[in-house]
Design a protein around this ligand. Structure first.
Ligand code: SF4
Length: 484
């Protein structure tokens, strides 16, 4: 990919990236700005999302593909979640009868860890070909196959002729390589670059065609809304890689421009496309809420030569949605929120709630880098100081933070906040609307509905207990983060 980037987000050459920190937002902004945000690690950590999950999720819905997970059985547990999303996506797209993704797990065991799992991998690849006859066979690596040193690339090269015309694509998403799960997305795009696009020429540019890179968490209704908005200003979309195909991947070099729906999805790949093919790209914010959608659309329009069309369209949308947002504002004004999600959705959601007159009092983000710094500066100007937790799935810190901040609503994965009796909803909903102009109203109503109907979570808090003692709630939520 761009430069020497090897798919590990902590090591990107052009930005400092932090994964462990907690404190006030102004302090984060100031220290990062002076390049003195301390390198730190957690001495106690509850869980990390493995990057293999992100690679699997990104590619599992490729319609002409089969997948070999080269790992112990446990690592492939995430495939059942990704498969559920795949089935829901098919149902929303009217693609019946529903089918499961074509997954084969090599099921590495103790013997393989000692003697190697290469023979099992060969067997699985041949089985994938004979059973499914796919155009693409992706191999997902794991900690185990990485640590024992199976020569996965060598086996892919060795069997390529035999299994042709299927293309074998090893994805180096060994979980131990990165604490940032979005590295798994990068591993997928590195693999697409290396094994599918290879030295494909730029070809003839298709005017008005935009590569739209979308993470698997985008619902079909959101995909339609984004494609509708772009269509309004004369842009057509090559939607990748969710529900895409080998043919769509091969169209990538002929697009006029590229953009992504999420800020941490395909950003490095788009830089690579710019370097290799001169394809311009836009990297702004996630299109959640009017102001973010305006910004996102203007970014995409600028590289496609459609700025005037976008401005005219945005002016009409503002007229259309102003009264609806005002109505939501009456219901949400002054409510205090904590937001917890992936980097893209957290920051877009945090800006959105300002449209509703709400106040941000805390948020979590898996990483802090140059992009996040810009977002935090923006939010500091909007809200003043708020609590920031940089971490990947740390529920013990989250409950402590929520106990102290006592927000009116928690926007994020609700499991822990609900057990504190706090109304909850989320912006990461793969099954319902979130993005663009039309879906803003759905999202606002969802927040308002939860605030006006808190009974369910109150009952959960009354009858369920969390495993923490009062002493933990009295303590510093970030006490296990130590400078290194
Ligand atoms: S690849 Fe590694 S981190 Fe990921 S699930 Fe398997 S053992 Fe865990």
């Amino acid at each position: 990919m761009a430069g020497d980037y090897a798919g590990i987000r902590e090591n990107r050459p052009d930005t400092l990236t932090f994964t462990d920190w907690g404190g006030e937002s102004r302090q984060a902004e100031e220290q990062y700005g002076k390049k003195c945000l301390a390198r730190a690690d957690r001495t106690f950590s509850q869980g990390l999302q493995c990057q293999q999950i992100n690679s699997v999720m990104a590619l599992l819905s490729m319609e002409d593909s089969a997948f070999v997970v080269h790992s112990p059985l446990g690592c492939s547990g995430c495939c059942s979640m990704a498969n559920d999303w795949f089935r829901v996506g098919q149902a929303h797209r009217g693609s019946f009868p529903l089918r499961n993704a074509r997954i084969i797990v090599t099921n590495l065991d103790e013997k393989d860890i000692i003697h190697g799992g290469e023979e099992k991998l060969r067997e699985a690849l041949r089985l994938a070909k004979s059973r499914y006859n796919p155009k693409l066979i992706f191999i997902f690596l794991s900690c185990a196959s990485g640590i024992i040193g199976d020569d996965v690339d060598g086996i892919a090269a060795e069997l390529q002729g035999e299994l042709s015309p299927a293309i074998i694509v090893p994805v180096h998403c060994e979980g131990f390589k990165s604490k940032i799960c979005a590295s798994g997305y990068d591993a997928s795009f590195l693999a697409i670059h290396k094994h599918i696009l290879k030295d494909a020429p730029r070809g003839e540019t298709v005017p008005g065609l935009l590569n739209l890179f979308a993470p698997p968490t985008v619902s079909f209704v959101d995909q339609m809304e984004i494609e509708r908005i772009l269509g309004e200003i004369g842009i057509t979309v090559n939607y990748i890689p969710f529900y895409s195909s080998l043919e769509k991947i091969r169209r990538i070099p002929s697009a006029q421009g590229s953009t992504a729906i999420c800020k941490v999805f395909a950003d490095e790949f788009m830089k690579d496309l710019k370097e290799r093919y001169g394809i311009p790209y836009s990297h702004t914010i996630m299109p959640i809420g009017t102001r973010n959608t305006d910004k996102w659309l203007l970014g995409a329009a600028a590289i496609m030569g459609k700025t005037e069309e976008a401005r005219a369209y945005i002016a009409k949308q503002q007229e259309l949605y102003l009264s609806l947002v005002a109505d939501l504002r009456r219901r949400l004004e002054g409510k205090r929120a904590v937001i917890c999600g992936g980097t893209g959705r957290s920051f877009a959601g945090a800006a959105l709630i300002n449209d509703f007159g709400m106040r941000l009092v805390g948020m979590t983000t898996p990483i802090y880098d140059d992009d996040v710094q810009l977002d935090v500066q923006y939010l500091n100007d909007l809200y003043g100081n708020f609590t920031v937790d940089i971490g990947n799935m740390m529920p013990f810190e989250q409950v402590n933070m929520l106990h102290k901040l006592k927000p009116d609503i928690f926007i994020g994965v609700p499991i822990w906040a609900a057990r504190l009796g706090i109304p909850t909803t989320h912006v990461l909903d793969i099954k319902r609307p979130t993005l663009g102009y039309r879906n803003l109203v759905y999202l606002g109503n969802k927040i308002a509905f939860q605030l006006e109907n808190p009974g369910y979570n109150k009952k959960i808090a009354k009858y369920g207990t969390l495993p923490y003692k009062q002493s933990w709630y009295d303590d510093n939520p970030f006490k296990f983060i130590r400078e290194i």
